[in-house]
Ligand binder design. Structure first.
Ligand SMILES: C[S@@+](CC[C@H](N)C(=O)[O-])C[C@H]1O[C@@H](n2cnc3c(N)ncnc32)[C@H](O)[C@@H]1O
Length: 326
């Protein structure tokens, strides 16, 4: 049994990964501010979340692994320029994640405080996922400080940009994964099990209802265009799944005869590695907001590819790695 603490828990990608690879898991806590994400999570794990009998003897609240995919809006260039605009056009790039800046991206410092508050106890592993921009010139100082703070708490850290396509999913999604290991020995990403990208046809519905058809002239007019206002036609893989699909920059599927459609909510969940059962459980507890169940798009867009966690946990907990050819 592995005990996890999920901060910024969303729809529970690490927990899904542990379940998928057959590791019994106890989420000793799950912390998430968005009511709709909590609703999905509860529906997906309804069987395990029920109170079961247990004894206080041997009970503990000490996580073996802490996972935090803290918000990234102010790390991303788009988010940052938006903020700068709101501040009267000044681009104050350095503030994206400064401690005490009040930005969403600075919430990762809360994780450091939470670990400090654990007293003597430390999780064996802390895994942090974020956008590639955390490594950019303007954000790097905060990224390096995070590593330093983890070092102060007794961890050795290593990080790597991982792309969902290397883990079987036909979605271009590059994110920085930082694994901090308690003690001197840092985690190596070199021998992670990777999987060939699967055919996108396995993920797409053969007969999506017409409600997903692109009808807005503003999107139809930019299909095939480049630049900020664009709609890219999906070929072998999808582009990064975002919180909304029906806004430019968009990605669309060419249905032939001049017909284009958006990805459905289910397709977005599949492209993040969720099972159809996970999706159905979550979909059952949400209403449509206009044409779509917008909360489900947002949850998929915010989430982390499940197979990446499967691979990380296989190595960390089961010692399963890629075989090195001799
Ligand atoms: C990048 S997503 C993480 C997704 C998650 N790891 C998953 O597997 O779906 C960041 C999450 O942090 C949540 N969040 C933002 N501010 C928060 C806060 N102050 N406390 C807790 N959660 C917060 C957001 O609602 C969002 O779901």
């Amino acid at each position: 049994m592995v005990q996890i603490l999920e901060l910024f828990g969303g729809i529970g990608s690490p927990r899904c990964a542990l379940r998928n690879i057959g590791i019994p898991v106890k989420a000793i806590d799950y912390v998430e501010i968005d009511e709709k994400a909590v609703r999905s999570y509860n529906a997906m794990f309804s069987e395990e979340l029920r109170y079961k009998t247990q004894s206080v003897v041997g009970w503990n609240l000490k996580p073996d692994i802490l996972i935090h995919g803290s918000p990234c809006q102010d790390f991303s260039i788009a988010g940052h320029q938006g903020k700068a605009k709101a501040e009267g056009g000044r681009i104050n790039r350095g503030k994206g994640a400064d401690e005490g800046s009040g930005t969403r991206s600075s919430l990762m410092w809360e994780t450091i405080h939470i670990i400090e508050q654990m007293g003597e106890w430390r999780p064996r592993y802390v895994i942090w996922e974020n956008v590639k921009n955390v490594l950019s010139r303007y954000m790097r100082a905060n990224f390096d400080r995070y590593i330093k703070e983890m070092e102060r708490l007794g961890y050795s850290s290593s990080f790597k940009i991982l792309d969902a396509r290397e883990f079987g999913l036909p979605q271009a999604r590059e994110r920085v994964f930082t694994v901090s290991t308690l003690g001197e020995k840092a985690f190596s990403f070199d021998d992670l099990i990777k999987t060939p990208m699967r055919d996108i046809k396995e993920f797409l519905l053969p007969d999506a209802p017409p409600v997903y058809d692109v009808t807005q002239p503003s999107v139809l007019s930019v299909i095939g265009e480049k630049g900020i206002r664009r709609a890219t036609v999906i070929q072998d893989y999808a582009y990064t799944i975002t919180a909304r699909q029906d806004r430019t920059p968009a990605q669309v599927i060419d249905m032939g005869n001049g017909r284009y459609r958006y990805l459905t909510e289910l397709e977005c969940w599949r492209l993040q590695g969720y099972t159809d059962e996970d999706f159905k459980a979550a979909a059952a507890v949400h209403e449509k907001n206009g044409r779509y169940k917008m909360a489900l798009y947002k949850q998929a867009g915010n989430s982390i590819p499940v197979p990446i966690f499967e691979s990380l946990f296989r190595k960390i907990l089961l010692n399963q790695t890629m075989e090195v050819k001799k």
